[in-house]
Design a protein around this ligand. Structure first.
Ligand code: ADP
Ligand code: MG
Length: 418
């Protein structure tokens, strides 16, 4: 006879309230630089509700900004020196001269920060040196975009201390200069792509800078247009549970590059600039399989394209249901998204599948992996009074499967960087 091990208690990653986050960053700044910062700015991580691996295909995505934020205490300097410290990086103070900065010259986390200053200067904004202290409650490498939160916090801080004039203000959870923020988001993408060397499609930075409190951000990745879709789960007795699988992901970059390459190749073969073109053209959709299947890797291409095209449909369906007030109805759309990512796009992993299956079995209305995949986080739409129960069930499933304990967070649609 075996005795059951005691059920593991779920570990929660709470969001700090603003005052706490600001005070932490300010205290680190003062302890490090023995001076007061000009101010503290912050930017949220994000979680994507639906529309995965669509951004680099010119498709649609639907992220919300998380209540979890990265806080940046910053003081402008008179020279071109950048000194930076992060509570999440034990390596101490890094120093970089902006005059020496070019792609490939700055490694590690400093590349994200210096990259934003570099991108602003490349765009002819008069940005010079600064001292900066970072603290954050956005989980690292959990698919919740701590990198974009870091870039966006630095971007709005530099916008303020160097009077760049792109970030505007945030009033009642809404940014008042979306066009300026779209430009800033583009500069953050340059920082991440060219300085940090991470190929990302732009959804993360848009969410952190352009989202609205209480709303999901419908992002058209072809032209960068956005629409704010009311996303009020509490009013419907629901909650969004985030499961950080803490799965060690080692091949993410290579797999991501392969998926992008497959989509580019399929678009070439189909004679279109991007797969969005296929999604919105009935004739092209009907012909895609016949064109791609004869290729040596035809089976793979057909499935990759099917995911992208149907995922774009699902974003539209999800938004329609939200706008019709059928919030419960988005659950099955989430389930279909997960199946497509798992079977056609092949970017799920055991931990993500265990999280999704266990959440559904415990009463979630829908669940899916979110972010690029191969680890990272899953989300589950759950009755508000079942959040704890579903988290316990997922934690128990991980223990049963011999997986590292996951971490949990509750997500509400929070305000953007400011
Ligand atoms: P994700 O964005 O999903 O959290 P990424 O791999 O894109 O994961 O970005 C994580 C990287 O971003 C970290 O390895 C680190 O270099 C940088 N980073 C994010 N947040 C911080 C922080 N608070 N302090 C220092 N570096 C950070
Ligand atoms: Mg990232």
């Amino acid at each position: 006879m075996t005795t059951d091990a005691p059920a593991p208690q779920p570990t929660w990653t709470p969001a700090w309230d603003r005052a706490e986050g600001e005070e932490r960053a300010r205290a680190l700044f003062t302890a490090t630089f023995d001076a007061r910062p000009d101010g503290v700015w912050s930017a949220p991580g994000r979680v994507n509700l639906i529309g995965e691996h669509t951004d680099y295909n010119g498709g649609l995505a639907l992220p919300i900004a998380l209540p979890h934020r990265t806080y940046a205490a910053v003081a402008r300097r008179d020279d071109d020196l950048v000194r930076l410290v992060s509570a999440q990086e034990p390596s101490g103070v890094r120093e970089v001269r902006l005059a020496d900065v070019a792609p490939g010259t700055v490694d590690g986390w400093a590349a994200y920060v210096v990259g934003v200053a570099w991108a602003l200067r490349e765009a002819r904004h008069a940005v010079g040196g600064f001292d900066l202290a970072i603290d954050s409650c956005v989980p690292f490498g959990a698919g919740l975009s701590s990198s974009a939160a870091l870039e966006a916090a630095v971007a709005v801080a530099l916008d303020a201390v160097y009077a760049v004039g792109l970030a505007g203000a945030v009033v009642d959870g809404a940014a008042d200069d979306d066009a300026g923020r779209a430009t800033l988001a583009g500069l953050c993408v340059r920082a991440e792509n060219e300085m940090a060397g991470a190929p990302t499609g732009g959804m993360d930075q848009a969410a952190s800078l352009r989202a609205r409190g209480g709303h999901a951000l419908l992002l058209d990745c072809r032209d960068g247009a956005v629409r704010h879709v009311p996303f009020d789960l509490t009013g419907h007795g629901l909650a969004l549970l985030v499961v950080d699988t803490r799965a060690p992901h080692s091949h993410v970059d290579g797999e991501y590059a392969q998926r992008r390459a497959a989509c580019d190749r399929a678009a070439d073969l189909l004679g279109v600039p991007d797969l969005r073109e296929v999604a919105q053209d009935a004739d092209r959709r009907a012909q895609a399989e016949a064109v791609l299947a004869p290729e040596a890797d035809g089976d793979v291409l057909v499935r990759r394209v099917r995911h992208v095209v149907t995922e774009i449909d699902r974003v539209t369906e999800f938004v329609t249901r939200l706008e019709d007030g059928d919030v419960h109805g988005v659950g099955p759309v989430m389930d279909a998204s997960h199946a497509s990512l798992r079977d056609d796009y092949e970017v799920s992993c055991r931990e993500l599948d265990v999280a999704v299956d266990a959440a559904r079995a415990a009463g979630a209305l829908g669940a899916r992996m979110t972010g690029g995949g191969f680890g990272g986080s899953a989300i589950a739409l759950v009755p508000a009074d079942a959040v704890e129960h579903v988290a316990e069930a997922v934690a128990a499933a991980f223990a049963r499967e011999g997986l590292r304990a996951p971490a949990f967070a509750e997500a509400v649609a929070a305000p953007p960087a400011g």
